[in-house]
Design a binder for this molecule. Structure first.
Ligand SMILES: Cc1ncc(COP(=O)(O)O)c(C=O)c1O
Length: 494
């Protein structure tokens, strides 16, 4: 019997683990959404040293049940309305378990032919069912890969853009013009955009201002302002090369006008990235694609995180590039060592995913995508989106019906941004107090530990975000939560 990989133990403890998962999911509602623990709690519960002798899987699973699961923030809880969904599917869990069991690093085609080819197939399927530009299919000029997080994808996008601009200018890293590169990011973007530029050593990082657009009833960047910034930078001898935009911003769910930004980028030779971390999943619904997916043909790269609203688990950002040759070239970084050379790379038109990422090895990510997609079908993914949107409408209606509250912008997909504007007697809360009142409302809701919400701020206006995240949330949960909000809002003025 193999001590290190004992298939009997695997089978028995695998069943125990599945038992644990299913029981915990069934009991989800009885848990606190956020555990009542203080930093350092786990050190007091677990031994200081690793065990010298092997322990049984039964013991380890029992401790998982006792110490770990109750002290997680329950992202799968029906009353979790914070950040964004991190929802799962049974398919992704099973697919991931199998991929982990065979642990193929898949850095070249030959290092794991099925994992490379399954990734090719899955990313092409995604192009088709999300209605992304045909040019991004692997048989065409572009292509996709599974690249962990949106942060990784943004870094890689900046990297590819820098490479492209350096090639255009025929310069290397020693050229002083490297100190003149300018990257732009929309004022509604996630902070990962700034971080991408910063860690790629881009000396000039410019935020494009936003304004409230009455027509779309949400915030957006000013495209003419963006163009003026670019023209000014060029006139001062700087080199604009990358711009980060968003579909479905984290704070407000708003969308940058991609087609217009793309036109400016094209005119000035700027590489354009779209971060559709959360909202990208919703493109599976044709009407939503029609509404927010315009202009993607003019984009150079795009990232969608299937670990958020699309049930694949973390490390599931899919990154598409419109020009895979430039992308691959940007990541080659020197001669190939002897042990990585092989006849398939030399003789066939294949992808070696080591040339599409920073690291060499990688997880067999596509298997969990394949399981999720096949076990739900495109129809199931569509339903996942529309079901969450319908529930968000229940909350939106409450905000709109009660004059003590207001919407900050229109509901975007399954996200509602709102705040309290009147006191208990219906008098407007003074301007100099309203932000603090709303911060207090948020704190008091979260202090119950039965619900979880996060707030945000736009142009010094503090508000609360409510997003439907989970499969097990029902209209009844939303109604109950609304009643609690009204109750807490009254108590704020007692
Ligand atoms: C629009 C957007 N971009 C980027 C991120 C960061 O994603 P990741 O954790 O995949 O880097 C988020 C997460 O909330 C997001 O909503």
């Amino acid at each position: 019997m193999n001590k290190f990989f004992n298939t009997d133990t695997l089978l028995a403890s695998g069943q125990d683990a599945l038992q644990l998962i299913t029981e915990e999911y069934h009991n989800m509602e009885s848990k606190q959404v956020v555990p009542d623990v203080k930093p350092g709690f786990l050190r007091h519960l677990l031994p200081e040293e690793a065990p010298e002798k092997a322990q049984t899987m039964k013991e380890i699973i029992a401790d998982t049940r006792r110490f770990i699961i109750p002290n997680l923030t329950q992202w799968q809880h029906p009353n979790f309305f914070a950040y964004f969904p991190s929802n799962m599917s049974h398919g992704a869990i099973v697919g991931d378990m199998i991929s982990l069991a065979f642990n193929t690093p898949g850095f070249t085609w030959v290092a794991s032919p099925a994992s490379t080819e399954l990734e090719n197939i899955v990313v092409d399927w995604i192009v088709k069912f999300l209605g992304l530009p045909e040019g991004w299919l692997i048989k065409n000029r572009g292509g996709g890969t599974i690249s962990n997080t949106i942060g990784d994808a943004i870094f890689l996008s900046v990297h590819a853009a820098k490479h492209k601009k350096m090639a255009e200018l025929s310069i290397d890293f020693t050229d002083v013009r490297m100190l003149k590169f300018v990257g732009y990011y929309s004022g509604i973007c996630h902070s990962q955009n700034y971080k991408g530029l910063y860690i790629k050593d881009i000396p000039y990082r410019r935020e494009i201002p936003i304004y409230y657009n009455e027509q779309v009833q949400n915030y957006q960047i000013k495209v003419d302002e963006f163009e003026k910034m670019v023209e000014k930078d060029i006139s001062e001898g700087l080199i604009p090369f990358w711009c980060g935009t968003t579909l479905g911003s984290t704070s407000l769910g708003c969308n940058d006008p991609i087609a217009e930004v793309a036109a400016v980028c094209k005119k000035h030779g700027i590489f354009l990235n779209v971060d559709a971390a959360w909202a990208g999943a919703a493109l599976v619904v044709p009407e939503i694609r029609e509404e927010i997916g315009k202009g993607l043909e003019g984009v150079d790269s795009m990232a969608i995180n299937f670990g958020k609203w699309n049930m694949c688990g973390n490390n599931s950002a899919v990154f598409f590039v419109a020009d895979k040759l430039n992308y691959r070239e940007s990541l080659l970084g020197g001669p190939t060592p002897e042990f990585l050379k092989n006849k398939f790379t030399n003789e066939y038109d294949i992808i070696d995913y080591k040339d599409w990422q920073i690291g060499l090895g990688r997880r067999f990510n596509s298997l969990r995508f394949w399981y999720m997609i096949r076990s739900l079908g495109v129809e199931g993914m569509r339903e996942n989106v529309t079901q969450k949107i319908e529930l968000a409408k229940v909350f939106e209606n409450h905000v709109k019906k009660n004059s003590r509250f207001e919407m900050i912008c229109k509901r975007e997909l399954a996200l509602v941004c709102w705040r309290l504007v009147k006191d208990k007697d219906g008098n407007p809360i003074p301007e100099d107090k309203i932000n603090d009142v709303n911060k207090k409302l948020l704190d008091n809701i979260n202090a119950t530990n039965q619900y979880h919400l996060v707030g945000s701020v736009v142009q010094n206006l503090h508000f609360l975000r409510f997003v439907i995240c989970n499969h097990n949330t029902t209209a009844e949960h939303v109604e109950k939560f609304w009643n609690l909000i009204e109750e807490i809002s009254n108590k704020l003025f007692d």
